[in-house]
Design a protein around this ligand. Structure first.
Ligand code: ATP
Ligand code: MG
Length: 393
């Protein structure tokens, strides 16, 4: 039987004139996702994307799982397509769902008709197919309230489809429809989730990591590469930017009062992120900052980090509780990697009594002793780029 995958569009269905642009991007993202699996025909009708395998021998389970990581889709359904007569629909249901029907004790049939020229109402079709299935599987009892199996029928423009339920999709908007941002990715719990959340809003991600060798080890870098690899199925192919940060940290440590160390360091991170944003055409910078989590994330400290860049800094975790962040990180599969015990550059030279209520003018005064432009340029000249994801995309 010809299996097909139906992908329901999420909130983009509410878009106005630009809906077509969102759909085009979603189709292109779905095509890229399907490349490693083989040849598919991908098209769109009535706010649904259809992925139709050309040929046989596909691992449809793996394809379905993979499509659940494409932003812009709210549900992923494996279905069989058949002709639009009641007999063909009943026969498709009997054959395609034979195993599930044999295993179930109770069932019901639900129908939807977007082709209003179909000669039966949804209720009549459900009743007809229900009776046919009962004849073929006499052990089954019809049960409207809490059935063991719900057989779903959809009569659409080009064909009818039979299935037994959808798996939830990733939600959000298609990556690439809402611009591009540099996302600061440490090895911690927070920043993989903030990166994922902004990608889910349709933003293409350029991940950036600051690396403080030898204070942080090669294993810390591998951990960040691993985190980016976990994010790639959602974000699409990534180019991780790794910036050598040791010289800047040592210089701040040597020249600035200890209580300002973290703040000055964070301002360097933002300046470098801003330069990378410029080079990659990114409109924003993303961080995993979370209000009051640490001294550098008070309202005053955040004002000081914002003050040295022109692009908006997006902080999707700002008002979340740590427990919610952990639950989110577990859901997207980054938590176990994040808690591997390798040091991050933020734990190097941490002040004993960090300033919690700094002012931007105080920081400017403290930074006067540093040759900011030269430090930023030297760090940028040592950049390492690591490609993550399928080269064919
Ligand atoms: P995370 O916030 O990811 O758990 P963390 O708590 O160790 O890591 P913080 O000190 O809270 O990091 O830093 C706040 C944010 O700054 C991070 O969420 C991340 O976006 C960014 N950041 C921190 N360290 C780095 C780094 N080494 N490379 C890139 N970004 C970093
Ligand atoms: Mg944090």
């Amino acid at each position: 039987m010809d299996e097909i995958i139906l992908l329901k569009e999420g909130e983009m269905v509410l878009k106005g004139l630009n809906k077509r642009a969102f759909e085009r991007r979603l189709i292109s993202n779905v095509r890229k996702k399907l490349l490693p699996f083989g040849d598919f025909r991908v098209y769109c009708a009535q706010s649904t994307i259809y992925a139709e395998p050309r040929g046989t021998g596909f691992d449809i389970d793996a394809v379905t799982e993979s499509l659940r990581r494409v932003f812009g889709i709210v549900s992923v359904t494996r279905a069989v397509a058949c002709g639009k007569t009641k007999e063909e629909i009943a026969s498709a249901a009997k054959t395609y769902l034979a195993e599930s029907l044999a295993a179930a004790h109770t069932f019901k049939v639900e129908s939807k008709r977007s082709d209003k020229s179909f000669p039966m109402t949804s209720i009549e079709l459900s009743r007809y197919v229900g009776t046919e299935l009962n004849n073929a599987f006499p052990h089954l009892k019809a049960e409207m309230r809490n059935p063991g199996l719900t057989v779903r029928l959809e009569v659409r423009d080009y064909a009818a489809y039979v299935h037994c339920g959808a798996a939830p999709g990733a939600g959000g908007l298609p990556v690439g429809t809402c611009g591009r941002a540099v996302s600061l990715l440490s090895g911690g719990i927070d920043s993989p989730l903030s990166t994922w959340m902004i990608a889910r809003r349709g933003v293409e991600i350029v991940p950036l990591h600051f690396f403080s060798f030898p204070y942080t080890s090669e294993l810390a870098k591998q951990k960040v590469i691993k985190l980016a690899t976990i994010l790639e199925p959602w974000c699409g192919r990534l180019t991780l930017q790794i910036i050598p940060f040791t010289e800047i940290q040592e210089e701040i440590h040597r020249s600035c009062p200890e209580e300002f160390f973290t703040l000055v360091m964070r301002r360097f991170m933002m300046r470098i992120a801003d330069r990378i944003a410029e080079a990659y055409g990114c409109g924003a910078i993303v961080t995993g900052e979370n209000l009051s989590q640490v001294a550098s994330q008070t309202i005053e400290a955040i004002a000081c980090t914002d003050a040295c860049v022109s692009r908006p800094i997006l902080r999707p975790l700002i008002g979340m509780d740590k427990l919610d962040i952990i639950a989110g990180a577990r859901r997207i599969g980054t938590f176990d990697t994040s808690i591997e015990p390798y040091e991050d550059c933020c734990t190097v030279f941490t002040p004993r009594h960090p300033k919690t209520k700094p002012r931007p003018d105080e920081l400017e005064a403290v930074e006067k002793v540093l040759d900011i432009d030269a430090l930023v340029s030297r760090a940028l000249s040592g950049i390492e780029r690591v490609r993550i994801g399928n080269e064919r995309e």
